[in-house]
Design a protein around this ligand. Sequence first.
Ligand code: 5HU
Length: 140
Amino acid sequence: MDLYFSCSLTGGRQDQPVYAALVAHLQALGHHVLTAHLADEAAMASDGGMSAEAVYERDTAWVKDCDALIAEVSTPSHGVGFEIAYALDRGRPVLCLAREGVRVSKMLTGIRRSGFMFGTYATFEEAKSRMEAFLAAKAL
Ligand SMILES: O=c1[nH]c(=O)n([C@H]2C[C@H](O)[C@@H](COP(=O)(O)O)O2)cc1CO
């Protein structure tokens, strides 16, 4: 499956090791992660040379092309929120994952639309299970 992995950049990079582990797991399952570079330690630097317009055009094209979007939302991010809404409005299935205990906007926890799942995780194993259950869901 072609997957869009969405995670905070400007919003803060403290969860970057989690992003890297989640992306590595998706790739190990055989999925193509269009945005794998966002999980790298050097993501800010790798996109740093691109204009805002180029990032917007590239990322919205990837969202249109993906089979599903998985967002790690423990760190609040304007871009991640935008990408979630953009994907849902184009009928793409969306999974939002948050570490147990973090505060998440009601604009995400309040979504009741088909194809949308929100899950919390206490351990990395639990995060992996939630992703696998989402990808196996009939909607996909
Ligand atoms: O350089 C970038 N490259 C890029 O692809 N993005 C996209 C992908 C991420 O899922 C999301 C992060 O948004 P933010 O920078 O507001 O945290 O936006 C965001 C930036 C920086 O805003």
